[in-house]
Write a protein of this length. Sequence first.
Length: 210
Amino acid sequence: MKLILLGAPGAGKGTQAEIISKSQNIPSISTGNILRAAIKNETPVGLEAKAYMDKGALVPDEVIIGIVKERLAEPDCAGGYILDGMPRTIAQAQALEDAGIDIDAAVLLDIADEVIEARMTGRRVCPNCGSSYHVEANPPKQDNVCDNCGSGLTIRKDDTPETVKSRLKVYHEETEPLIDFYEKRGKLRRVDGALPLSEATDQIFKVLGL
């Protein structure tokens, strides 16, 4: 099964991708994770991508497509995969098709902007071990301190209110047209992204017939 997860930043795509990945034993390929690894390692692509991500802008297509193609060529993708965070534009979706990369379904996590803003501005991350928290949904035991390693928690630059609004604007302009793109191909599956995690997961499995 080859899947794409669609939805605004903070809609829960990464979390749901992990759940589907474990259930179906297929890799979840997060372009965000690939890019963050490149940024952490300060590769030329990583440094280029960082400048865009810090502003809440999209990373150029040629950078993303090149990284994804390399990843999909690896043996663990032979039985299927989940693309999380890609494609983000019609041009990227067309480039995937042109490269012979076909998908079975595009799952849309449908969710209102105000819900996204509340979710993302409440996120906290540990800069030391990478653990993730939320001030309301998943708070640490001690305020602003990581449960796992005791480090102080931080807000990612792309989770500040200004950047979240910027990212949502970019999503509506650049990524939302993909809904129509995949609907026309009969591949779109809609799920209520505002549901509690387990209920949204149940809906995803239902629309995919799993």
